[in-house]
Write a protein that binds this ligand. Structure first.
Ligand code: SF4
Ligand code: SF4
Length: 181
């Protein structure tokens, strides 16, 4: 045992340090928030309740590619599609089982069209599971309620821009250009 350790033991330095810390905490203001009267600030890009963004004409941006469902680690997204009269893909249904979501936002990152978002809304507790099985209409209405206007625009412009924008065709890669004559 060194002299330093001996002095520490004799004068109970570590115990006194612990007691000093306890005394300090007694005079430090409490950090507990009195929720729901006091709400925490929500920052842009917060991962709250899900929403399906709309195009300017009011229809869902989702094209039914299924990338969000494929990437979702909780497997809580289901996309239902069918073939339309002119061979286009029609999104018949879109469902999220919100209680299984872990708010990783992989779905937002994977979507090439900015067609799914997480909103700033986090106060959605309930007494049964049913309200948490969200269908396409409910998710579109979440967009109207929580992200309409500038808030929704900013969400994608400043924070969750579709990651497909980061990728470009490599310079030497042959690409289809169409016939020239
Ligand atoms: S939300 Fe995006 S990734 Fe998911 S199916 Fe629709 S377009 Fe595809
Ligand atoms: S945030 Fe993550 S867990 Fe939740 S729906 Fe999207 S991909 Fe799935």
């Amino acid at each position: 045992m060194t002299v330093k350790d001996l002095v520490k033991k004799v004068f109970m330095v570590e115990i006194l340090q612990g007691m000093a810390l306890t005394l300090k905490m007694m005079f430090t203001p409490a950090v507990t928030r009195q929720y729901p009267e006091e709400k925490r600030p929500v920052f842009p890009g917060f991962r709250g309740l899900h929403a399906l963004p709309r195009r300017p004409d009011g229809t869902a941006r989702c094209v039914g590619c299924g990338l969000c469902a494929a990437v979702c680690p909780s497997q809580c997204i289901k996309v239902y599609t069918s073939e339309g009269p002119d061979h286009t893909k029609v999104v018949d249904g879109y469902e999220i089982e919100v209680l299984r979501c872990i708010y990783c936002a992989f779905c937002v990152e994977a979507c090439p069209f900015g067609a799914i978002s997480l909103t700033e809304h986090y106060e959605y507790s309930d007494y049964s599971r049913e309200p948490f099985y969200m269908n396409k209409e409910m998710l579109l209405s979440n967009w109207d309620k929580y992200m309409a206007g500038k808030k929704g625009e900013d969400y994608f412009k400043k924070f969750w821009r579709p990651m497909s924008e980061d990728y470009q065709t490599p310079e030497n890669q042959p690409v289809f250009k169409g016939r020239t004559k």
